[in-house]
Design a protein around this ligand. Structure first.
Ligand code: CA
Length: 363
């Protein structure tokens, strides 16, 4: 309502003075209070009411409606309601939906470089990722490469640091990883494969049973808040801190032609609301992970760190994976060349500032 009032008053203040009519009358005059109704179909890759990620998108849609005075209505569709969970990229590219919420690493089959926009093992924290995206050229590159698919991405949240996963047996050496069947997707899976792990992809609904029956020996998911809901602690006792997804990006992506056709003030409004979604999702993960961790400890989960030997081997494996991917894809190489100097520079600062502080605070 606020927005409409503002527009109406600004546009007709001269006329109002001339005719001396009241503010309310001005707004109801036909040519003046004309509203722009913009409706957006947004499909997600998440089930209905999915905590934090799915809920965040619903809040985003409500926020856009509120901030636009009701002009912009985004209808959010849970996965498979309108398009299949992993069909959102193509559907949006083709203009069947105007927008989607998902994660860029799902689309590495289209372009290997896309996985880097989601994050990488030993890579950016959520904060560092935002820094590269907004102030380090990441968003420009992402938009350029998505532009080839008629898509325009906005940052749509971040999972923050993820846990390394649930293991049925303790990992005490590199040997213990050999032949291990683990559900782990993306570049993390490729790094683990080089350590002898057999990475498996499984739909969310099948992971618990597979772990329970021993069809798989381990699984990663997200972090305490979402993992506890999956019940993994009931069937795998050892919960490892992780290096494979230190700050995974979620995307709020629009059909590019549709986006460019929106009035510039609406684009600005949606961009602001997306920034809000991006930061509040990180706060939500922080708050809920902390709460869930406490609960998991009460449930007797054994919190573990990978042995240094495993971590060192994983770092070497990452270097090999990056080299391979860069050889296979000029786009991957180009994105990596943007990331690498920024990554080194930011690690130095995060280590001096944040890591040392955390050691002083919690050590
Ligand atoms: Ca994960």
């Amino acid at each position: 309502m606020e927005r409409r009032t503002f527009l109406g008053v600004t546009a007709v203040s001269g006329a109002a003075l001339l005719t001396g009519c009241k503010r309310e009358e001005v707004q109801s005059a036909p040519a003046i209070g004309k509203r722009r109704k913009i409706r957006i179909k947004l499909a997600t890759s998440w089930p209905a009411n999915f905590p934090i990620m799915g809920e965040g998108v619903v809040r985003f849609a409500e926020r856009v409606k509120e901030a636009s005075g009701g002009d912009v209505e985004i209808k959010v569709f849970a996965k498979n309601l309108l398009v299949p969970a992993l069909g959102v990229f193509d559907a949006c590219s083709a203009g069947e939906i105007e927008a989607f919420h998902s994660g860029p690493y799902y689309w590495k089959g289209k372009n290997r470089a896309f996985s880097l926009f989601g994050g990488f093992p030993f890579g950016f924290t959520a904060n560092e990722m935002g820094a590269w995206m907004v102030y380090g050229g990441g968003l420009e590159l992402w938009r350029e490469l998505y532009g080839r698919y008629n898509l325009y991405p906005l940052l749509g949240g971040n999972t923050d640091v993820q846990m390394g996963g649930w293991f049925r047996k303790r990992i005490e050496s590199l040997e213990d990883l050999k032949g291990l069947k683990m559900r782990i997707p993306g570049l993390g899976g490729e790094v683990m494969a080089k350590l002898g792990v057999n990475p498996i992809l499984l739909p969310a609904g099948e992971i618990y049973t597979a772990l329970d029956r021993g069809t798989i020996d381990a699984t990663e998911w997200v972090g305490p808040a979402l993992d506890i809901k999956m019940g993994f602690y009931k069937v795998a006792k050892y919960y490892y801190s992780g290096f494979h997804e230190p700050g995974s990006v979620l995307e709020l992506t629009f059909n590019k032609r549709f986006w460019e056709g929106l009035p510039s003030d609406i684009r600005a409004l949606i961009t602001s609301c997306a920034h809000e979604l991006n930061s509040t999702m990180i706060y939500d993960f922080q708050a809920q992970n902390a709460r869930a961790l406490k609960k998991l400890e009460e449930l007797g989960v054994s919190l573990e760190n990978f042995p240094p030997q495993v971590v060192e081997a994983a770092k070497r494996a990452l270097a090999a994976v990056i080299e391979e991917q860069s050889r296979l894809s000029p786009d991957f190489k180009r994105v990596w060349e943007s990331i690498e100097p920024f990554w080194r520079e930011n690690r130095a600062w995060s280590s001096l500032g944040l890591k040392n502080f955390l050691e002083m605070r919690d050590g």
